[in-house]
Design a protein around this ligand. Structure first.
Ligand code: G3P
Length: 226
């Protein structure tokens, strides 16, 4: 269960208090339970200090939220790809809308991830960034229009044409590169629509992290993938 497979539901824990520390582990355990019950891959992206706790106490894929484009040495405060890998992550988000990088740094992060054996999942915010990112050859792209992030308005329903455009742009460069979408995804229906558009899954946060019953939502989302 540790490696990513498709379709995938990835829950970004961001820095919500509900998904920090021990509460993050509890949420990850619910994700693990929903994964085991449905057989649909559910991965989580906790804050860096919580990666080891979650990786050592669950069997699900754990991603970092960010790495820096740096090599071991002097670099106080940076997040090193090697450290994330050793803590138990199988991959990392890169260039999330809340942690944007230059194109040069995205390129460097993808290469650093590959050097240490981490899956690189690059978030993109526009058609242009999506197209440019595809040329950098990451392992996964997640298209997330920033204006819908955290709104509960699902990209798959509110902007299906933007998701389709992202898929078409990536296909021109690399038809084998998996594309996810995210922003506002909150229900199984939203996930189903995302898959119908041709994505390989979703990246989401508040719809699960802030839910009264996250387990129920996770199971609904996973079942929508079957
Ligand atoms: O990385 C997931 C994300 O930015 C979407 O957030 O809260 O709209 O699901 P949310």
């Amino acid at each position: 269960m540790r490696s990513l497979n498709y379709p995938v539901v990835i829950v970004n824990f961001k820095i919500y208090i509900e998904s920090t520390g021990k509460r993050g582990l509890e949420l990850a355990k619910l994700a693990e339970k929903a994964y085991k019950e449905t057989g649909v891959c559910i991965a989580v992206a906790p804050q860096a200090p919580d990666i080891r706790l979650i990786a050592e106490n669950t069997d699900i894929p754990v991603l970092a939220q960010h790495i820096d484009p740096m090599t071991p040495g002097a670099g106080t405060g940076a997040i090193l790809a090697e450290a994330v890998k050793e803590a138990g992550a199988v991959g990392t988000l890169i260039n999330h809308s809340e942690k944007r990088l230059t194109l040069a740094d995205i390129d460097a992060c993808i290469k650093r991830a590959r050097q240490v054996g981490l899956i690189s999942l690059v978030c993109t915010n526009t058609p242009e960034v999506t197209y440019a990112t595809a040329a950098l050859n990451p392992d996964i792209i997640a298209y997330e229009p920033p204006e819908l992030i955290g709104t509960g308005i699902p990209v798959s329903k509110a902007k299906p044409e933007a998701v389709t455009e992202a898929l078409q742009l990536v296909e021109k460069i690399n038809p084998h590169l998996p594309v996810l979408c995210g922003a506002g995804i909150s229900t199984g229906e939203d996930v189903k629509k995302a898959l119908e558009l041709g994505t390989k899954g979703v990246l989401l946060a508040s719809g699960v992290v802030k839910a009264k019953d996250p387990y129920k939502i996770l199971v609904d989302m996973a079942k929508a993938c079957l």
